[in-house]
Write a protein that binds this ligand. Structure first.
Ligand code: COA
Ligand code: NAP
Length: 267
């Protein structure tokens, strides 16, 4: 089920927007009439995303850019502003991940995730600032439960996403006076995505246990996240800024349970 909100002719930029959750968000805005810019590293992902989005009507501009490359991000955003004008909605969601215990992680392995998730987010936000519609733009960072729930084998992603959350808060402070709202969405386990595949054990019994650990007893869908993005970008959210909003069926709350249990709490 998808929200019905009007984004006719609005310019929506989704960085890392060619696959998975971020592509689901791009798709939702395209279906609501927005002009879409999508960018990521791989030309084949960009081309497939453009073709799919165009099948649904709206105008689409796509380009390759690695968020680790400050100048490439700037050039991509310049080009998109030339196509569609000021940015009404900016979604920053490029990320990378793998499971690895901290004691076995190389310096480069830690750095690559921090570079993509945290430094990359800064590059996107910093380079987009000049092109944001002021007043009126809505900025949405895609964070993760790792930003506030410590997780084994996720030292890099926990550190990086915690930094992304602080970027959200600082930029909400700094950009509020210009009429720019900055918020984060923290998705729970979204079935069928690369992030889910990388972190989730493949056996059916373990999937079942993971599903049961979500208070709402189901994994999330692309529409669950896209609907929250549509809402946050809409006038209905015009007084929401600096918020970090979990969209996870309550899952991040449940993850404190083992900690409480090990401390002897009856829950
Ligand atoms: N376990 C341990 N270390 C790993 C690893 C793994 N599974 N995968 C990569 N690394 C290490 C590499 O060994 C390398 O370190 P080294 O130079 O010390 O050997 C470092 O990470 C960089 O790896 P590389 O493959 O060169 O990076 P990349 O820039 O090509 O790819 C990744 C970045 C590793 C994050 C890759 O998984 C990716 O592109 N991910 C995007 C998709 C994704 O993860 N989606 C989910 C989003 S939540
Ligand atoms: P995904 O499909 O792999 O999405 C990541 C996107 O970022 C891809 O489009 C990828 O495209 C792009 N990307 C990766 N590295 C990049 C780089 N260096 N520069 C530019 N673009 C880059 O994974 P996903 O699972 O949907 O995750 C999307 C977001 O949701 C991430 O921020 C993730 O942390 C968050 N999240 C996911 C889950 C989940 O259950 N899946 C849960 C919580 C949070 P290219 O490969 O073409 O670059």
């Amino acid at each position: 089920m998808q929200l019905d909100l009007d984004f006719d002719g609005r310019h929506v930029v989704v960085f890392g927007g060619t696959t998975g959750i971020n592509f689901g968000i791009a798709h939702a805005f395209a279906r609501q009439g927005a002009h879409l810019t999508v960018a990521s590293r791989k030309a084949e992902n960009v081309e497939a995303a453009i073709a799919d989005l165009r099948r649904h009507g709206g105008k689409v501009f796509g380009t390759t850019a690695d968020v680790r490359d400050f100048d490439a991000v700037g050039a991509a955003l310049q080009a998109s502003a030339r196509q569609f004008g000021p940015i009404d909605v900016l979604v920053s969601g490029a990320a990378g991940n793998f499971l690895c215990e901290a004691k076995d992680m190389s310096s480069n392995g830690f750095r690559v995730v921090v570079d993509i998730d945290l430094v990359g987010s800064f590059h996107v936000l910093r380079q987009a600032h000049a092109h944001l519609r002021k007043p009126g733009a809505s900025v949405i960072n895609i964070t993760a439960p790792q930003s506030f729930v410590p997780m084994r084998y996720q030292a890099h992603a926990c550190a990086a996403k915690a930094g992304v959350d602080q970027l959200t808060r600082v930029l909400a402070l700094e950009w509020g006076a210009q009429g720019v709202r900055v918020n984060s969405i923290s998705p729970g386990p979204i079935d069928g995505t690369e992030g889910f595949r990388k972190l989730m054990a493949p056996s059916e019994s373990e999937r079942e246990a993971a599903r049961n650990a979500v208070p709402l007893k189901r994994f999330g869908s692309l529409d669950d996240i896209a609907n929250l993005a549509l809402f946050l970008a809409s006038p209905y959210a015009s007084y929401i800024s600096g918020a970090l909003i979990p969209c996870d069926g309550g899952g991040a709350l449940e993850s404190v349970k083992p900690v409480l249990e090990s401390a002897g709490a009856q829950i």
